[in-house]
Design a protein around this ligand. Structure first.
Ligand code: KIV
Length: 280
């Protein structure tokens, strides 16, 4: 399995890092088979799996269930889990307990937390305690209420300078990688060139050290909305709807199940019990 040291080396050798979210065993298995470098058990699960309109309602219990499923599906891929809303920034004991559960019971190798300012010192505390932490700056969806919507960050001089400072502080505090979400590509390129830890972008252009996408956006398993920054590599939703329509039709027309889908008892027993009954 790759490690935090592998990712740093990949940056040094300019080998781009491919990361994707996964929330269950089959999607994690697909990511592992595809050669994903890192899997993120994102709290975006709240939106793409559970149908909430933000990541705020996602609980530690939710993240634990998703993490366990992902680890079963991708036992050989380095996996990071999001610390859910308000499990950090308050009592450090509560944060340590959340991290312990995600790493020990959930089986993930690292955690990710959002935000700059005071949040950055939590990276230091966790790193000191032996926890690999991925920082997340730019658009931080858990703060959507404060930011006032899902907007591009770092467009002004002041905002850009603050993000540069916070990125450097995240590295100083010991983060092993940084996710930069929805920032102008020039700013992301600048931060990537300043830091020695890998910068993984989402909506941050092509000059970061890696990319991350949400699984459902990448495979087209959504209700139609795909963010501007996401590329849809397949349209699984259409494939699924087509399959289900075919199934409904076959049930209505008694085409399914076919001979190869049914179980039989030996003919003598069947005849004695049910006469000459035929399967179709
Ligand atoms: O929860 C998530 O999926 C994320 C990615 C958008 C980076 O944090």
């Amino acid at each position: 399995m790759k490690s935090t040291a592998t990712f740093r080396k990949m940056k040094e050798e300019q080998e781009p890092i491919a990361m994707m979210t996964a929330y269950d065993a089959p999607s994690a298995k697909a990511a592992e088979r595809a050669g994903m470098d890192i899997i993120l058990v994102g709290d975006s699960a709240g939106m793409v799996v559970h149908g909430y309109d933000s990541t705020i309602p996602v609980t530690l219990e939710d993240m634990l269930l998703h993490s366990k499923a992902v680890r079963r599906g991708a036992p050989d891929t380095f996996t990071v889990a999001d610390l859910p809303f308000l499990t950090y920034g308050g009592e450090i004991g509560e944060t340590l307990s959340a991290v312990r559960q995600l790493m020990q019971a959930g089986g993930v190798q690292a955690v990710k937390l959002e935000g700059g300012g005071r949040m950055l010192s939590i990276i230091g505390l966790l790193t000191e305690a032996g926890v690999p932490v991925m920082a997340h700056l730019g658009l931080t969806p858990q703060s959507v209420g404060v930011i006032g919507g899902y907007k591009v960050q770092g467009k002004t001089k002041e905002e850009a300078e603050r993000l540069v400072r916070e990125s450097q502080e995240a590295e100083k505090q010991g983060a092993f990688a940084l996710v930069l979400e929805c920032v102008p590509w020039q700013l992301a390129a600048h931060i990537s060139s300043l830091l020695t830890i890998p910068v993984i972008g989402i909506g941050a252009g092509g000059k970061t050290d890696g990319q991350v996408l949400v699984f459902h956006d990448a495979v087209g398993y959504t209700d139609g909305f795909v963010p501007k920054f996401a590329k849809q590599y397949a349209n699984i939703q259409e494939t699924i709807v087509h399959a289900l329509e075919t199934y409904v039709g076959e049930v209505k027309e008694s085409v399914f199940p076919e001979e190869r889908h049914i179980f039989k008892m030996d003919e003598e027993t069947a005849d004695s019990l049910y006469g000459g009954m035929k399967p179709e």
